[in-house]
Design a protein around this ligand. Structure first.
Ligand code: BES
Ligand code: ZN
Length: 466
């Protein structure tokens, strides 16, 4: 059964958010839809076996597949073996990244100050146990540290104007022993230092309200001291992997030199078995590789499974960065499958980074219209592995159901919430869309000249369609 695609605007989706799970209303196939499918569409979709997809999800989602762990490594082996069993050449591409282990304990104690403080941690913050006098160091600029003597002290600084890391390094270079950074607006402060720096000293965050109250206390009590304890925080090098299976064009003579990448991330966040995020996309990718193996095609198709997406799209950035300019020019499309099987999420959306149509969304428009009678809604989203492709100027889009299910990034993201109907719908739409372009047809509209569109990665983090 195909579900009807409701044409929601992105604004409406943002407003709905992930809090209300949308029930999927089963809708019978209306007579005539499938008649629009030509022989190529039929060829691409007829062998898709949704039970195989479901069984891959069951295998992959037994435990959280956190990047760099043994469980992710086992997923890498599983994917490689599956792809090989379909007859593919498989490349396993290792890469390293700097990982961070959150502290197991974080304390801030100020004798004589009786309001309970709730210190927060900064990602990449260092461990330490520091007892020292407190000093108000403004916003923590070099000028502030010329004005106050912070040597051996704990500097209290306000958020703003420049990065948390720079504030801590400024304090450290002024000889401070620790730092407290408080928010400049309402609410708690969670932040990242962007990476490790040998000059870092123990630092904690406070809300604006608590920071202000603490400074008042320091003013009224000359010589007041504090103790900062950060325990168990660790920064270190880790290894993760991408797995890529390549389907070469069937005949060298008809090779167009073009490449389509169907990709998905294999890792999950800690604590979440990631049945939907993203064993679902990974398993659909596997099944598409299986059914497309022997389809006659004039375009190369790569089936890619990326590691360490949840840590900042690290695997897909690595993959794209390792490509030569010529290789990037050859890639005409990236189909990114991420969260494609939750029974409790909304409708399928095909989302480009800029919300504009591109080759991926256009092929999808066509195939979904033929399959479902209505095209899949076009949306806008970053936050997943299509972003590095987009930044390299390659047409790319994310397949996701929106609004998200309430189990997103929770221990409840498990197999029992997976809908075979949704998996099959996405698998068919993507298979037909890809094969529309990859089949022998002697028709190859020249691609637009690829132009890199580098945008700071961070810009995308705030656009998620929750
Ligand atoms: N599966 C999500 C992607 C996602 C979630 C896209 C919600 C759009 C809306 C992905 O695995 C994820 O969680 N991404 C992170 C950002 C990433 C850069 C670490 C996110 O959205 O917080
Ligand atoms: Zn994901």
């Amino acid at each position: 059964m195909k579900k009807k695609t409701i044409a929601l605007t992105l604004t409406a989706m943002l407003a709905v958010g992930a809090s209300i799970p949308t029930a999927v209303i089963a809708k019978p196939i209306e007579a005539g839809y499938q008649e629009a499918l030509d022989q190529f569409d039929q060829k691409a979709i007829r062998k898709i076996d949704v039970d195989r997809i479901y069984n891959h999800i069951a295998t992959l989602s037994e435990e959280p597949r956190v990047a760099g762990t043994d469980v992710e490594n086992r997923a890498v082996d599983y994917l490689r073996e599956e792809f090989e069993s379909y007859g593919y050449d498989v490349a396993v591409q290792p890469f390293t990244y700097t990982g961070y282990t959150e502290p197991t304990r974080i304390d801030l104690n100020v004798p004589g100050f009786d309001q309970g403080l709730n210190p927060g941690n900064f990602t990449y913050g260092v461990s330490g146990d520091v007892t020292a006098g407190l000093v108000d160091a403004g916003i923590g600029s070099p000028a502030d540290f010329e004005r106050v003597d912070a040597k051996g002290k704990i500097a209290v600084v306000q958020r703003g104007e420049f990065s948390f890391a720079d504030k801590i390094v400024n304090a450290s270079e002024a000889g401070a022993a620790g730092v407290i950074i408080y928010n400049s607006g309402p609410g708690a402060l969670n932040g990242t230092l962007g990476g490790h720096d040998d000059r870092l000293i123990p630092a904690v965050s406070l809300s604006h309200e608590q920071g202000q109250a603490l400074l008042k206390h320091v003013k009224a009590n000359a010589g007041s001291e504090a103790r900062i304890v950060v325990e168990g925080a660790k920064t270190g090098e880790h290894v993760s992997h991408n797995v890529i299976a390549t389907k070469h064009p069937t005949s060298k003579k008809k090779d167009t030199g073009e490449v389509i990448v169907i990709g998905s991330h294999m890792d999950s966040v800690p604590g979440a078995p990631g049945a939907n995020d993203n064993a679902s996309g990974t398993s659909v990718t596997l099944e598409l590789a299986r059914v497309m193996k022997d389809l006659p095609s004039d375009t190369e198709i790569r089936f890619a499974s990326f590691g360490a997406e949840e840590l900042g799209l690290i695997g897909s950035h690595h993959y794209v960065n390792e490509l030569s300019e010529e290789e990037k020019d050859q890639i005409i499309a990236n189909f990114n499958l991420d969260m494609v099987g939750s029974r409790d999420a909304g409708d399928l959306m095909v989302a480009s980074v800029d919300g504009e149509p591109n080759l991926v969304t256009e092929l999808t428009h066509k195939s979904s219209k033929k399959l479902n009678g209505e095209p899949t809604t076009l949306g806008r989203s970053g936050s997943s592995d299509h972003v590095p492709f987009h930044q390299a100027g390659i047409p790319a889009a994310l397949f996701i159901h929106s609004p998200l299910e309430p189990w997103y990034h929770t221990p409840q993201d498990t197999l029992d919430k997976i809908s075979k109907e949704k998996l099959l719908d996405v698998a068919e739409i993507v298979a037909a869309a890809v094969y529309d372009r990859a089949r022998f047809d002697n028709q190859h509209p020249k691609n637009k000249k690829r132009e890199e569109t580098p945008v700071p990665k961070e810009a995308f983090y705030e656009q998620s369609i929750r």
